[in-house]
Design a protein around this ligand. Sequence first.
Ligand code: AMP
Length: 399
Amino acid sequence: MKILVVNCGSSSLKYQVFEMTTEEVLAKGLVERVGLAGSSLTHRREGREKVEIKSEVKNHGDAVQIMIDALLHPDYGVMKSLSEIDAIGHRVVHGGQKAVRSMLITDEVKAIIRECFAFGPLHNPANLAGITACEQLMPAAPQVAVFDTSFHQTMPPKAYIYGIPYELYEKYGIRRYGFHGTSHKFIAMRAPAFLGRSAAELKLISCHLGNGSSLAAVERGACVDTSMGLTPLEGLVMGTRSGDLDPTIVSYITKNAQVPENDVNDYLNKKSGVLGISGVSSDFRDLEKAAADGSERAQLALDIFAYHVKKYIGSYAAAMGGVDVIAFTAGLGENSADMRRLICEGLEFLGARLDDARNEATRGQDAVISTDDSTCKILVIPTNEELMIAMDTRDIVGK
Ligand code: AMP
């Protein structure tokens, strides 16, 4: 069974083709600068050199077309006919309250995606444009929407209702939704399988640490809390996002710090976080290097980041009445032994003891990095959101 996974951003389209019998990636690619000058496709058939194709890509329809041309290409394509695609899985960022699981795309599902444009103004319209283009150009393939928010829909009201007038929730749907759900779901499935345990017996904290970062508290396989909120701005300090703030700061900086009201969202989403604190970079590799070279603010940014993750781990352990597994994933979580050490220092009271040698030795694969006597297992589990989307798509189409 071949499944095409499509992830449309406002000016990009990423795709992967999976052979689901082996979970193998047959080809992947990225169309960049959709709707802008200088657009191109980078495509790679597994085991071959990648090819770069410069082409005018005016919109997501054009992007889907050049993806199709690459997939059918006699040299670097991976199929003779589009009829070989059994289903298409689309990443959709915001599904609001109605998308409690991945769903076969129908007019109702498209309406749900549209209803959430206000919550995901950059992503949801692009996601829908990708879906519409695939429907037009590959009408025979069933399509599935896999939402970043839906894994978190099992949270209880006490975790998702904000401390503001309840009418704002009732009238406008203002509540915590959470993001990175596909990644957290993958970790919630993979971690117990790796440990040979049942998800039903575990209290797990999934730490997705990358450019954007979030934690999820997962009890018996279901999410009970997560750090991102109505939008991905809430929670941890991130690469360029502020994370949790006193809301008064917003009005204060517009009145007193020359930040125009229209720019506040950009300021908090793109100029804050470890970039804003350090003044160096949003990239944790740059920060680690700058800190090693003596930059105090880069070190401060790293310390603040680790401190926030540690506090969230503590609060989620309290929320669940304990924690059996802490799993690190995404660019930073998978690759930075230093950051994992900073975060885990002082968590011994939870029964979580990091094994320094194991922590240093882990490279790109599932690994236990806690000591043998650690009652809480600390893991590194590389995330695979595309595979998770493909698996959900297979499960839904197979039904
Ligand atoms: P992601 O958003 O999951 O792609 O993660 C990107 C972040 O992971 C960037 O801030 C990178 O600096 C960070 N990252 C990737 N590899 C490493 C590494 N070896 N050491 C430290 N940070 C890393």
